[in-house]
Write a protein that binds this ligand. Sequence first.
Ligand code: HEC
Ligand code: HEC
Length: 374
Amino acid sequence: MEVLSGQIVLANTQRAIGYVIAVILSIGFVVAVVANMRKGRREVGSEIELAANRKPYYDDDTLETTKLDRTLALGLATLAVIGVTLPLYWLAEPGRMEGRVEAYNETFIKRGEELYNTGAQCAACHGPKGVGGAANYTITAPNGDFVAQVSWQAPALNTVLFRYSRDEVRNILIYGRGFSPMPAWGAAGGGPLTDQQIDNIIDYLQSIQLSGPEARAEVEKELADTCAPDADGKCTVPGGQFATLGEAIFNMGLYTKFAGGAYSCGRCHTDGWSYGQPGVPGGGAFGWNLTGGRSLRQFPTAAQQIEFVSVGGVAGKSYGTSGLSGAGQMPGFGVNPNVTPPNIPGPKIYPMSPDQVMLTEEQIAAVVQYERSL
Ligand code: HEC
Ligand code: HEC
């Protein structure tokens, strides 16, 4: 806001200066016209003595040396000024325009940050800087009866643009997630924010995304603590909850609340997972039921399933044998959807890089192997 009002003041000052110059020029013009007219009147009748072309002028010598030289020098100087300033202007213009774009990017991100932290209270559930958190939530039966009061994990958003395109995030923000604590924010979903405010929030989210290596290191550490897989992918942590690397990835954060479950599959594919009361693993919730050999029918080969889990659902696109992605809410775990030159969306000062992905190829292969065993 400060930046904006500063710009308005600046624009007003410039306009004021413009008006002053315009007024001075107009007055000068009027004075010149009047003076000229009066001079012309004075000369009426005196043409013979004072005709302009009979006024004594410089003699040939002066005309062809001093006067000519001075005029030529003046012309050369003017040309030099134009010759220097025009290229300088050309050189500076793209930089100036870029500077303006950057200034606007910064302004949008600032507004998004304000909304994230206070205006829309995203931070209350998703944690400061999108590190993940939880929300208190009352589960009710379809008839409205109270069922339970729970703490529902809210996924980390500092990797949300690793797994969803900006359009997919916009869609989630506008409509929220039914049957979960995530409210609708856009007008179309009955929420309080304007399209521009939602875009500002997405710009802010883009500015707080982890780097690829940072995210990878966090995941490596979590998996070392909860599984520590051997060469065959069997977990070796004494007394650990998971048998295989695939199972540990599928449930990453179930007991530790790591990143609000952002890297897990269970939070969408296992009923009750997000509030610590997991039902049948992969039994289906917001994401499809994956049990009973369902994956094997949908994806005849593991490679096809790995491909789908890497790219995720794309709104309205079919996948596998008979799959159709609704709103593209199945995240992509191995391919960053926001890296598509030349039209990379979002603030140019925070471009996304292809190594910003949720899971490595080996991790995806492990979790797919686990799913195919369900
Ligand atoms: C009352 C708590 C709460 C508030 C406030 C809230 N969220 Fe959420 N949000 C959640 C929960 C819980 C989920 C996970 C829902 C689920 O289990 O599918 C979620 C899911 C999401 C997702 C989907 C992420 C994914 O990987 O599935 C996005 C994006 C998101 N929220 C962004 C926001 C933004 C931006 C705001 C602020 C405008 C916000 N949320 C405010 C609780 C909240
Ligand atoms: C944010 C919720 C969410 C998360 C997290 C999630 N999924 Fe999904 N998944 C879905 C949805 C929704 C679908 C249905 C397809 C669609 O709409 O894109 C789906 C579909 C699938 C399918 C196809 C099922 C079929 O038979 O059609 C597979 C396989 C799958 N997910 C695997 C995974 C794996 C593996 C992970 C973790 C690495 C995972 N999912 C994490 C929401 C999720």
